[in-house]
Write a protein that binds this ligand. Structure first.
Ligand SMILES: O=C(O)C(=O)C[C@]1(C(=O)O)C=C[C@@H](O)C=C1
Length: 363
């Protein structure tokens, strides 16, 4: 059984964190002193923004891309803090990063998705944090493995960190999807239901990947009762050296935040809340089911093209029998009734035939 001890709610981390949701914003990367100060001054005007974020060391997929300004940027961050009074937060990926942040008065640390995916790295960071009194936020790992996420939180908590939170930033999609990362809302919901006291924030920027989806993702997070939002902003997003498509101007961030509907925290009947939770999980699973169906149909279409080219018949009874049997078998092992599987597969097959008919006739 997992345990997280003595976890403090967000509003006890610092006196300033007196609004819900707590909003963290700032550029994907610290690029220059001017960019940092100009962005922070605009963010300071937005009441809910309490914490300024900036990437100092950027873990990039490929080398030879912008990897952050390092030590200089920590100095700029300190200036932001002095000029605006905003709290500051930085992503750390190694004990050295932790040590440099502590030396430069960073208020809050966060562990990124790639680092959370590696228990060795998390443990090294946890050891560097032993005996330190600084809040830490842990983003979900790249893959939807809730135990890896919990493991990272446990390691940090064991080092004595009680100002601890999780950040949901979505999961790597193996196939192309409309979002940069698949939200899989059922995972943060499961985390919340296992650790009621653990603050969970959402990072709509990394889920969305594009500005236009950020408001929708932020609203969803608020509806799921998340405690805060981390949204990337840049004084001039078009010129950003990283993640330019998902950063908002401070003015656009203000619009997004004003548009959020903060529904009641609790209703009289606690059972209604539970029902809502279940329905959110269903929405998320349904969205995935539909995306998978669309993927299957695309493949069926390609087979249709192949069949047309090779002058082959659409209906392939032997293959269809196999698909059917396999599906029924798998359904059985997963507790789905045979009659339901038969109907479902029949409908899918019917649609495949229709699709391939279309392909043949359009040629
Ligand atoms: O395997 C094929 O030939 C397909 O076109 C795919 C598919 C299917 O939906 O699985 C569709 C039609 C055939 O009757 C058999 C199978």
């Amino acid at each position: 059984m997992s345990e997280l001890g003595n976890i403090k709610p967000l509003n006890e981390w610092f006196k300033k964190l007196d609004t819900t949701p707590v909003v963290i914003s700032g550029p994907c990367s610290a690029e220059s002193e001017e960019q940092m100060i100009a962005t922070a001054k605009e963010l300071k005007k937005i009441e809910q923004v309490k914490i300024f974020r900036a990437g100092i060391w950027k873990p990039r997929t490929r080398p030879n891309t912008f990897e952050g300004r390092g030590l200089d940027a920590l100095q700029w961050l300190n200036e932001v803090k002095q000029e605006t009074g905003l709290l500051t937060t930085v992503e750390v990926a190694s004990p050295k990063h932790v040590e440099m942040c502590l030396r430069h008065n960073v208020d809050i640390l966060w562990i990124g998705a790639r680092t959370t995916s590696n228990p060795f790295s998390v443990q090294e960071i946890a050891s560097a944090l032993q005996g330190m009194n600084i809040p830490v936020m842990v983003k979900n790992p790249i893959n939807p493995d809730i135990n890896l996420w919990i493991g990272a939180l446990e390691r940090i908590n064991k080092a004595g960190i009680t100002r601890l939170a999780a950040i949901h930033r979505g999961f790597y999609p193996f196939e192309k999807t409309m979002f940069r990362n698949i939200p899989k809302w059922e995972i943060p919901i499961e985390l919340k239901s296992r650790f009621h006291n653990l603050p969970i924030l959402c990072d709509p920027s990394h889920i969305a990947g594009k500005r236009k989806y950020i408001a929708e993702m932020a609203q969803k997070a608020i509806d799921l009762n998340m405690d805060g939002l981390m949204i990337e902003s840049h004084i001039c997003p078009e010129e950003a050296l990283s993640d330019s498509e998902q950063q908002l101007t401070p003015a656009d961030l203000d619009q997004v935040l004003r548009g959020l509907v903060c529904r009641l925290n609790c209703v009289e009947d606690a059972e209604v809340d539970r029902l809502e939770n279940f329905r959110d999980q269903i929405d998320s699973v349904d969205a995935q089911l539909i995306e998978l169906l669309a993927q299957r149909m695309k493949i069926v279409e390609e087979i249709g093209e192949y069949k047309h080219e090779k002058n082959m018949k659409i209906l392939q009874l032997q293959r269809w029998e196999k698909v059917r049997e396999r599906g029924i078998e798998l359904g059985k092992t997963l507790g789905i009734s045979e009659s339901f599987m038969v109907q479902l597969l029949r409908m899918i097959h019917k649609e495949s035939i229709l699709k391939q008919n279309e392909v043949m006739n359009r040629k």
